[in-house]
Design a protein around this ligand. Structure first.
Ligand SMILES: NC(=O)c1ccc[n+]([C@@H]2O[C@H](COP(=O)([O-])OP(=O)(O)OC[C@H]3O[C@@H](n4cnc5c(N)ncnc54)[C@H](OP(=O)(O)O)[C@@H]3O)[C@@H](O)[C@H]2O)c1
Length: 292
């Protein structure tokens, strides 16, 4: 594959909050940390190289969070890419505490979110965060008070656009009464369609939808993917990404990897177009899996 064919721009663009345009194949920076999304990566130089290669390949949307590491993912992004190229959008998040490896405890109190935003601004070396996502609603904190805090931080000039993650349509509607919602990030893939109705809702409202765990899983999913991948001379991962890109023009996949080879493979999916019958076959995977 020549370098011209290898560009995130080939996936087309999506508009965030009606004002920031990014290529529709981003990068998820969670996997750049140590085991259990904790501590530094085993291969620090390799992690920095993956980030720099992503930018070279035209990726201009990077997803991260203060809780990845914690702090490590944001620090690596700044180390690899600061001063940032014009047009590079870093979307970070807050709303979790990290007591240890693989441990996540909620905290979306106004006090926590305020200090989380300040910490992300410092680590990312930014004066304003382009996209700040509430990582997850906190079950013991009023959702409105979390969103209102982010809206205040936006009024103070510390955040440009506000976004949500791990939410229902009702959450999006409640947040939208307080502040415009630029994007929604939920778990989603061709094989995992719990949030189909949220994707449809986002499409109607022109809110970007960012699927996490975009590569799908499961036995039936694997069989169908392998078959279609062979026919396209593509990898299963590329087919899973091509399905997402075709699902809706508001979908912005952010496949995560710690490997340059996987990164290049994922970015190459930007130019892959699925035939109708392959798209339909993959769309039926959840039904097929349920009937076995
Ligand atoms: N909002 C949330 O609550 C939430 C939750 C989870 C994740 N996220 C975000 O979503 C991003 C993506 O999610 P994710 O990391 O869970 O899932 P993912 O991107 O679907 O999967 C990552 C896994 O797939 C492997 N992989 C990536 N590309 C591959 C390829 N071409 N071939 C084979 N294996 C490949 C990676 O391993 P290698 O490193 O070996 O490539 C890694 O183990 C994260 O980075 C994070 O930014 C958000």
């Amino acid at each position: 594959m020549n370098t011209k064919e290898l560009s995130a721009s080939l996936a087309g663009d999506v508009l965030l909050g009606g004002e920031i345009s990014v290529h529709r194949l981003g990068f998820g920076a969670m996997r750049l940390t140590g085991e259990g999304i904790w501590g530094p990566p085993k291969d620090r130089k390799g992690a920095l190289a993956v980030l720099r290669r992503a930018a070279e390949l035209g990726v201009n949307f990077i997803d991260t969070a203060d809780s990845y590491g914690p702090h490590i993912s944001e620090e690596l992004i700044a180390e690899a890419l600061f001063p940032y190229r014009a047009g590079l959008v870093i979307a970070t998040k807050g709303g979790w505490n990290r007591p240890g490896p693989n441990q996540w405890t909620h905290d979306a109190t106004p006090r926590h979110l305020r200090s989380a935003v300040e910490g992300s601004l410092t680590r990312l070396r930014l004066e304003r965060i382009d996209v700040y996502q509430l990582h997850i609603p906190d079950p013991v904190v009023s959702f409105e008070s979390s969103v209102e805090t982010l809206a205040q931080l936006r009024n103070e000039g510390k955040i440009r656009l506000i976004a949500l993650s791990n939410v229902t349509q009702e959450h999006i509607e409640r947040a939208s009464r307080i502040v415009p919602v630029a994007s929604v990030q939920n778990r989603y893939s061709f094989a995992d369609r719990e949030w189909d109705y949220v994707v449809d809702y986002c499409e109607r409202k022109q809110i970007a939808f960012i699927p996490w765990f975009p590569l799908g899983a499961g036995k039936v999913a694997g069989e169908v993917l392998d078959r279609i991948a062979k026919a396209h001379r593509a990898s299963p991962t590329q087919i899973a990404l091509a399905w997402l890109l075709r699902r809706s023009s508001i979908v912005l996949p952010i496949p995560g990897t710690s490997s340059i080879a996987h990164l290049e493979e994922n970015v190459a999916a930007a130019s892959l177009r699925l035939a109708d019958e392959d798209y339909q076959m993959l769309s039926r995977v959840p039904e097929l899996a349920a009937s076995r």
